[in-house]
Design a protein around this ligand. Structure first.
Ligand code: GLA
Length: 344
């Protein structure tokens, strides 16, 4: 139960290869992801808590479904046509991850559904007109699935009754070793540019080429190799906390590889595919040992990385970015697949 006495349900999925996922209705959150290493040894590869209440009070969005707008909107302001909207500001002057009571803090409805090739639960949520300042009643579905191919798949869809903006994303912190920092993990990101940010992590509008910078992950690189360098973008993000522009034709929404990660110590791998135009690499720069997670584990600096598939941050204020608007009669869709494997 939540501290307010609302019931929370947890669903556990297992497949024939030993992969186990647990998701809960609070925040439509992934709480556990057990994946085998090359020898078949299971480890929980996501950060989280043993009980629900820290997810409400103390969580940096561990495993959550984030919305209405994942990432930042400058000064919590945007307009659609000539209507101006003001959102809750909860990250300095900016709006972050849907505000103070984002979708990560709501209890979603859930229903087990029949799917081919795995098992799934459909989470649903209705977000009221005016919720945290956003216009329009948004009706959302987020189907979370474990497939026989060791994929954790999410299919989002949403409709609105008034023009609005949205950017749903998944905020798991992965650690393919199951503990310690993620600096030796090898990361490939299918991106030739990032959306450069200012000192408050708002995009400047510049698509910065990654070539010859610490942001070039077009070939696999250890996450930690360049993370403490002098590049002004690393200083702005306190490490990697940037939107990578997935290399695909403009407007293309086919399901393609955004990133591939491998952990030399365990041999575990993770591949991320999505229909979205961007992916936020966040390397747990704000984890500082002040949080105690599952099994009493202290989450220290850079003990997890997030790959949040998304539209670009602050898109509502950047007409040159792919649009994050949704109008009545349209359906928002977004798919992400996190596939675990081994390379040993
Ligand atoms: C996102 C943001 C980060 C931080 C984390 C949560 O990845 O971009 O700046 O807010 O979420 O701590």
């Amino acid at each position: 139960q939540t501290p307010a006495g609302e019931d929370i349900d947890v669903y556990t999925f297992n497949n024939a290869n030993g992969v186990e996922l647990r998701v809960m209705t609070l925040g439509a959150t992934l709480t556990h992801f057990f994946a085998p290493d090359a020898k078949g040894k299971l480890a929980d590869i996501v950060l989280g808590y043993d009980t629900p209440s820290p997810y409400l009070t103390n969580s940096p969005y561990c495993g959550a479904t984030v919305g209405r707008y994942g990432n930042r909107i400058a000064n919590g302001r945007f307009s659609i046509d000539s209507n101006e909207y003001t959102l809750v500001t909860n990250n300095g002057q900016n709006h972050l991850h849907g505000g103070t009571v984002g979708y990560d803090k709501r209890v979603w409805d859930a229903e087990i559904i029949d799917v081919e090739g795995g098992s799934a639960v459909a989470f649903s949520l209705v977000s009221a007109d005016g919720d945290e300042g956003y216009p329009g009643t948004l009706t959302i579905k987020a189907v979370h699935m474990l497939t026989d191919e060791n994929e954790f798949r999410i299919d989002y869809s949403a409709t609105t009754d008034k023009a609005t903006v949205l950017n749903l994303t998944h905020h798991s912190y992965f650690n393919l070793s199951g503990a310690g920092d993620i600096l030796k993990h090898m990361m490939m990101i299918n991106a030739k540019t990032i959306t450069a940010i200012d000192a408050t992590s708002i995009p400047t509008g510049e698509l910065m080429p990654v070539v010859d910078t610490p942001f070039d992950f077009t070939t696999p690189q250890a996450i930690g190799k360049r993370i403490n360098g002098e590049h002004p973008q690393l200083k702005a993000g306190a490490g990697y906390d940037h939107n990578f522009v997935i290399d695909r034709p403009e407007g293309d929404t086919s399901l393609i590889v955004a990133a591939q990660v491998s952990d030399p110590s365990s041999g575990r791998t993770l591949e991320v595919r999505t229909t979205e135009p961007g992916v936020q690499l966040y390397t747990g720069n704000f984890l500082d040992g002040s949080i105690t997670g599952k099994g009493g584990t202290v989450y220290n600096h850079r003990n997890g990385f997030c790959l949040e598939t998304q539209h670009y941050p602050d898109s509502p204020n950047h007409p040159s970015f792919p649009s994050a608007q949704l109008k009545p009669g349209e359906t928002y869709t977004h798919t992400v697949i996190y596939r675990t494997g081994t390379d040993g």
